[in-house]
Design a protein around this ligand. Structure first.
Ligand SMILES: [Fe+2]
Length: 291
């Protein structure tokens, strides 16, 4: 059985819904884990090397410094496809969780396959792995696709180990390493089908003073919101390109409906699937007042 491929029929009553807390990180990465998942550590690649944290560990520094971070916010609409019908989305049948692209194309439903074939025209093919994530979700008005609406970047250098605990945290994102790292950040293509629930992207370079190691995206979100930079909502049925230095955020659905979301990640980092991630993938988040 391949955990990266989920084949099942969809219906509104079957949509998983959880209380929106705002605490979850995107796709569950910073939420405290109830129990450690015993896994061999993947090979450390330059793209994910926490060089700032390594320097803290070497020097014994205990207080986290700030830096003037400039996010390049490369965001570009690469292609726009016909907007699918609600029934095409609902009946597409197959979703993916960190599935290698060739396997995803072979197993995809007709709508997802058309999107993936279009994506292949825009791949850079300069990293070791090309992964596909996708979700078919039913939203009521006000539902959020993930448990956070914070401005954030994807593919951050997130570390949970004794070096992080020495600084008083469970998890830290090494933002200086991502911003100044010698290796290029991961790159992404993303598709979303919807008129009613579109990811927002910052559209130009933005400088933000921030801690160089951050336990979550709370503080960065506050600072970006205070700067109120120009941004754009991803057009319905478009494929956009961005990278690991592109600020974006989820927004709540404006009305009810199905949405297909697909992300293609090009990265040197090998992803080891965690069954608890597959389990929660595709859940929508609802404010307690709306439940
Ligand atoms: Fe994201």
């Amino acid at each position: 059985m391949n955990d990266a491929i989920v084949k099942r029929a969809r219906s509104v009553p079957d949509q998983k819904v959880a209380a929106f807390t705002g605490e979850g990180a995107y796709h569950g990465s910073t939420k405290p884990r109830s129990q450690p998942v015993p896994q061999a550590r993947p090979v450390l690649v330059e793209e994910m090397r926490p060089t700032t944290l390594e320097a803290y560990a070497a020097s014994g520094a205990r207080s986290i410094a700030e830096l003037d971070a400039t996010f390049s916010n490369r965001y570009e609409v690469k292609s726009t496809l016909p907007v699918p019908t609600q029934d095409e989305i609902k009946s597409d049948g197959v979703t993916f969780c960190w599935c290698l692209i060739d396997e995803a194309i072979a197993e995809a439903g007709p709508l997802t396959r058309r999107v993936l074939e279009e994506m292949t025209k825009h791949l850079r093919r300069d990293k070791r792995f090309i992964y596909i994530d996708s979700k078919i979700q039913w939203f009521e008005a006000g539902d959020v696709p993930v448990d956070s609406q914070h401005w954030h970047v994807d593919g951050s250098i997130a570390v949970r180990d004794e070096r992080v605990q020495a600084l008083g945290h469970r998890l830290l994102h090494d933002m200086r390493a991502r911003l100044e790292g010698h290796a290029a950040p991961p790159t992404y293509l993303a598709y979303q089908s919807s008129m009613h629930c579109a990811t927002q992207f910052v559209t130009g370079p933005l400088s933000v003073r921030m801690p160089e190691l951050i336990p979550n995206f709370d503080e960065l979100d506050l600072r970006v919101r205070a700067l109120d930079p120009p941004c754009e909502s991803q057009p319905a049925s478009s494929i956009v390109a961005f990278d690991g230095l592109s600020l974006h955020r989820a927004v709540a659905a404006r009305s009810a409906g199905w949405r297909l979301w697909i992300r293609c990640s090009e990265t040197d980092h090998e992803v080891r699937l965690n069954p608890s991630l597959v389990e929660c993938y595709g859940t929508v988040f609802r404010s307690p007042a709306d439940r």
